[in-house]
Design a protein. Sequence first.
Lengths: 344, 344
Amino acid sequence: MHDSAPAPVMTDVARLAGVSHQTVSRVVNGSPHVSTPTRNKVLAAMEQLGYRRNAVARALATRRSGTLGVITFDTVLHGPVTTLYGVEQAAGALGLGVSIAVVDRVSSDAVMRALTRLEDQSVEGVIALATQEDAVRALTAGLRALPAIFVGGLAGAAAAGATAVGTDQLDGAQAATRHLLEFGHRTVHHLAGPQDWLDSRWRVEGWRAALHAAGAPEPPLVEGDWSARSGYCGMRAMLAADPALTAVFAANDQMALGALRALDEAGRRVPEDVSVVGFDDVPEAEFFRPPLTTVRQHFAEAGQRAVHLLLDLIRPQESPADATPPPLVPTELVVRRSSGPAAR
Amino acid sequence: MHDSAPAPVMTDVARLAGVSHQTVSRVVNGSPHVSTPTRNKVLAAMEQLGYRRNAVARALATRRSGTLGVITFDTVLHGPVTTLYGVEQAAGALGLGVSIAVVDRVSSDAVMRALTRLEDQSVEGVIALATQEDAVRALTAGLRALPAIFVGGLAGAAAAGATAVGTDQLDGAQAATRHLLEFGHRTVHHLAGPQDWLDSRWRVEGWRAALHAAGAPEPPLVEGDWSARSGYCGMRAMLAADPALTAVFAANDQMALGALRALDEAGRRVPEDVSVVGFDDVPEAEFFRPPLTTVRQHFAEAGQRAVHLLLDLIRPQESPADATPPPLVPTELVVRRSSGPAAR
DNA sequence: ACAAACCTTGTTAGCGCTAACAATGTGAGC
DNA sequence: GCTCACATTGTTAGCGCTAACAAGGTTTGT
C-alpha cells in the first residue's frame, strides 16, 4: 500500500520528454506558448510517469495555496453542515481545497484560535458559517490580510463592514407569519432562536414586520437555543403565559419539534387548536407529527455563492463576465399539515 | 482589512535578533541547542514583528503538510458530521489541519475523485467517514502512498486490509434487540439501513444474533436508506406483511421517526401496541413522540480515536507511551418511552 | 533582402523553510 | 599547555515549483 518510489517531479517529466522543466510547467498550466508536438510529448511523459503536480511547491512559488478555510460552529445544525457541503462542492469544482476549523464554543477567543489555525494552513480566504454577533466581531477584528465571507445574518454582517451571503431570513419569516395570519389567527407567537445569532434576529424582524403590517398584537418573545429541548421548554412557558394562543412560528424545525411535543402533552391538537410553522425544512420535518409547515432554505446554494463571492475577493481578475451571484438566496414556504385555520 | 506589508519571514526575524535564520528556525522548532539569551532575543524579535511560520514553505522542506484529509458522504447524517467535528478537534489539538472532500454519491469514481482532490492538497493521511462497501474498496485500491483510517464498519474494513475505528455496532444492535425481547416481545422486526453500508450490516448481524440467542424467529428484513421517508415506507410495508408485529428496531433514529409516523397513521399506539427502538441518539430523539429509546453512539470519540490511530500510521515514532486508543467505541442503550412490555 | 515582430523554448533566480554539515568557542582531562 | 568532546552558531544546498528574462528560430512587412 505504501509505495517507496518517490513521486515523479517536473524534472523527471522534462527529462523523459526531452524538454526543460519550464516547458512542462507551461503544459501543466495550460500556457498557449507551447507547440502541439511538444505538448503531446510532455503529456505522454506525464501520463507514463503518473506525474501529479506538487501543490505545496506550487503554493510556495505562487504564494497561493488554493485552499479556502471554513469556520463553523460545533453544533450539528442542519444549516451550517449543508452549507459546508455546498462550499466544498463549489470549491472542488473550481479546483480549490477546503480546510475546516470547528469552533467549540462562541467566544472571541475560540474564534480567534480557529482563525489562527486556518491562517497557519495558509488558506487564501475564509468562509464563516457561524454568524453570531461575537463571531462576526471577532473575525472582522482578527482577520489580518485574509478576505472573508460570512454566510447568514446578511445585513448584520454587512453592517460590520464584511461581505456576506445568506438566505433571505426577513422574507422567510414574514412569509411564515403571514401564512399563519392568513388562516385567521389573531396573532402569531414566536419561539425565537438565540438572539446573538444574526439569523435569528432577522427572523424576529420578519415576524414582527408581518405582525405589524397586519395590525396584529405582538406577543412577548420566547428565546431558545435552536435545540428541540429549548423549543419544548419555550412552548410550555408560552402556553403558561397565554393558554389561548393559536399560532406559533418557531425559529427552526428542531424547536418546532419540541413545541409539537409540548403542545401534545398539554392536550392541544395541531393544527386544530394550535398551528405550528418551523424554519429550515430539515429532511425529517415532513415526518414530524403532523408534517411540519416550514420555510425551506437552500443552504448548499448559499455555500456555493459564498465560494464564488470569496473567489471574487481573492482573485478579482479571474471571475469574469459571469457575474457574481446575488448574495441573497430566496426562501420557500413549504405548507404541510401543522398549520391550518384558526379555531373559531 | 487587507494590509499590504508582506508578512515577516524568518530572515527578518534573524536580522532583527542579530542571528542567522537557522537559529530562528531552531527556536521555532524548540531545538535544545540554543542558549537561553539567544532564544530570548529571537523570541522578542518574533513577537515584535508578529512573525508566523509559513506552513507551506515548511511543508515543502519537510515533505510533511501537517494536514489530514477527511472523506465524507454528502448526506447530512448525524454520525458522519459529529465524527468530522471530533476529527477536527483532535487534529487541532495536535496542531494538524483538516481538509475535507465530500463525495456526492457513492461510486468508486466519486470516491477516487475525492481522494485525488485530497492528495492534491498533500494531505498526509486520510480518514474515511463513508464506509460503504464500494467506498472501502475504492479507497483501499486508490490509496497510493497514503495511510488511511476508516471510521465505522469496523471489522468489514479490517477484512479489506485497512485500519478502522468505530462504534461497536454489533453490541449496540444486540442490546437494542435484547432490550425489546426482554419486554416479552415474541420477536423483533428490523428496519435496516442500506446494506452497502458496513455499519448497517453489522447492525443486522447484532439483531440477528440477539434473536437467535433468544430462540426468536427472524422476520424478513426491510431495507431503507437512513432517511425518515424510508423508515416510513418500510414500516408500512412491514405492517402490511405482518399486522401483528409488536416490536421494531430501526437502524437509525431518522428511520425510527418515519416508523413512528407510519404506526400512528395505522392507528398503532407506541409503545402500547408496538415498541420502537432507534440507533444513534440524535439530539432530537428525546423529543419524538413518544421519546425514542435508542442506542447512543459516541461519534466524536470515534473521530478522535481515528486521528490518533492515523497519526500512529503517519508518524510512528511520535506517538509514544500513551498507547493508541482501542478502535472499538462502546455504545449505550438509552431507554425512553417508545419501548415497553408486549401487549398480551 | 533585412529588420521588426513574433512564437517557442531554455536559463536563472527565487518562494521560505529545514537538513546536513562546517566552524566557532568553551571547559574537561592528561 | 594541548587535545578532545561538546555545546552553540553559521553556511550551504536543496524541497518542487513559477516568474522573469534571454535566446534562438520563424514569420511578416516593405
